[in-house]
Design a binder for this molecule. Structure first.
Ligand SMILES: [Zn+2]
Length: 465
């Protein structure tokens, strides 16, 4: 080989090695295996906890799960000790762009001067608090700013999906649809024409079946994953009674038909019994709150497979802070609070499908898990309460193929809580480890063991209050 040929060969060799090396990097990264171990595991399906739970994760997926599995060589092992592994929790009723937890009148006044962009920045902290509390998925049921058309929930969801900020997977509803003067009318309680015009379908306010269809189409056009509507009065609104029906059966039929045509599920805010019956007949996917539902209505729900999202935390918070609300709202809260416990007990006894949802925003974000103990105190078994926040919510949200249980091939959304939640339900409030799609978002004080050289740093973040 002459000198020139040798140089050419060397250049080729360098290029080949470089090409191989650059190609090899992603393969190595994809091969990186994490093993999570804990004394117990709730897999989302079984009636009891699995002892000595092991979950093996590669990339963003679970590749194996079971009891006492063999550890693949070279894996990074995270032994969480006296803890319980579980699928990432889900909350089927949040408002991650809002905070209604303080004084009602102060908040309403503040809404008028707060820039929506500033609220959006605050929302990034609510999203972080929620995922750090172990909630890796939320169905966010309404994001509305009086006098603004901003779709902050869509922006938050997209920013999380793109990795710009840290937060739970979000399915968003944009404005929520309701009638003039109803629970969702953002101008109720203000003097007429203060905002220059009556709200219309672009604000989610629609009257008559055709306008309701237009509102659904407008929301889907702007990024809604799910449709939310207010079909009865509510607690935190000033111009309505808490249990009156607010859509006609024809409007309800149009709402649900149009949404289902566009392959979107429908969640309805509903305290009243009549409105619930009409929504269930029209084929709604979930009743939110449901405070005044009678046993006959619950029977219809059970027969049709309609979910109940009880949001016990919302009434609990309002009842514990009654002084924060005007007298008219206090009276509505007391009536709904008195009715909802019996309704929930009956729903559990009758076997109505129950999805876990809290109405976070009514209380501070990140306290979602307090709902678990309320459910158990009202007659649900701990395992069923855990299922409601995992497998049941995944079914209701239409994402059970991807998440909701610890199974081979599912996305690695995995959390751990100390001790045994079936012995003490408040363990759910002390989640110490959170993984979303194979990435560690939070790790409390685990014993980290590494069986091989690993450069993967564990992100230890302080819990948010
Ligand atoms: Zn709500």
């Amino acid at each position: 080989m002459n000198v020139l040929a040798c140089r050419r060969f060397c250049a080729w060799l360098v290029l080949a090695v470089f090409t191989f090396a650059t190609c090899a990097i992603p393969i190595q990264a994809a091969d990186n295996i994490i093993v999570l171990k804990a004394e117990r595991m709730f897999d989302g399906k079984s009636k009891t906890l699995v002892q000595h739970g092991v979950v093996i994760i590669q990339g963003d997926k679970i590749v194996d799960v079971g009891s006492n599995l063999a550890i693949p060589s070279g894996a990074q092992v995270i032994d969480l000790g006296d803890a319980t592994l579980a699928p990432g929790f889900m909350d089927a009723h949040t408002h991650l762009t809002l905070d209604y937890s303080g004084d009602y009148n102060v908040r309403r006044l503040h809404e008028l001067d707060l820039n929506v962009s500033e609220q959006a920045i605050k929302a990034t902290t609510y999203a972080r608090a929620t995922v750090e509390a172990g909630f890796t998925t939320v169905r966010d049921l309404g994001s509305r700013f009086v006098g603004s058309r901003e779709f902050v929930d869509v922006a938050l969801r997209n920013s999380i999906n793109k990795g710009v900020i840290v937060g739970p997977r979000m399915l968003v509803a944009t404005k929520g649809i309701g009638a003039t003067g109803g629970h969702f009318d953002p101008t109720s309680g203000f003097r007429d024409f203060l905002f220059g015009r009556e709200p219309d379908y672009t604000d989610g306010i629609a009257n008559g079946p055709e306008e309701i269809r237009k509102a659904v189409r407008f929301e889907v056009k702007n990024g809604a994953d799910v449709i939310k509507a207010a079909v009865s009065g509510g607690v935190l609104s000033l111009a309505d009674e808490v249990d009156t029906p607010q859509l006609t059966p024809a409007e309800m039929a149009a709402l649900i038909d149009e949404s289902h045509r566009l392959r979107k599920k429908v969640a309805v805010h509903c305290h009243g019994d009549q409105a619930a019956r009409e929504a269930i007949e029209a084929g709604v996917d979930s009743i939110e709150h449901g405070s005044f539902m009678k046993p006959e209505t619950l029977t219809r729900m059970k027969n049709k497979g309609t979910f109940l999202t009880p949001t016990l935390m919302a009434t609990e918070w309002i009842m514990s802070k009654l002084d924060n609300y005007p007298a008219a709202l206090q009276a509505k809260a007391k009536a709904a609070g008195a009715a909802r416990s019996d309704m929930f007990r009956s729903a559990v006894k009758m076997g109505v499908k129950i999805s876990f949802g809290t109405d976070a925003a009514v209380f501070p974000h990140g306290q979602n898990a307090k709902e678990f103990k309320l459910m158990v105190d009202l007659g649900m078994t701990p395992i069923d309460a855990l299922k409601s926040a995992t497998a049941n919510d995944a079914e209701l949200l239409g994402i059970a193929q991807k998440v909701g249980t610890l199974e081979k091939g599912k996305l690695a959304d995995i959390i751990a809580m100390p001790g045994d939640p079936t012995a003490d339900m408040t363990a759910t409030e002390r989640v110490s480890f959170v993984m979303k799609e194979g990435k560690i978002i939070r790790n409390g004080p685990p014993i980290v063991q590494t069986t091989a050289e690993s450069t993967q740093a564990t992100d230890i973040a302080a819990p948010v209050d």
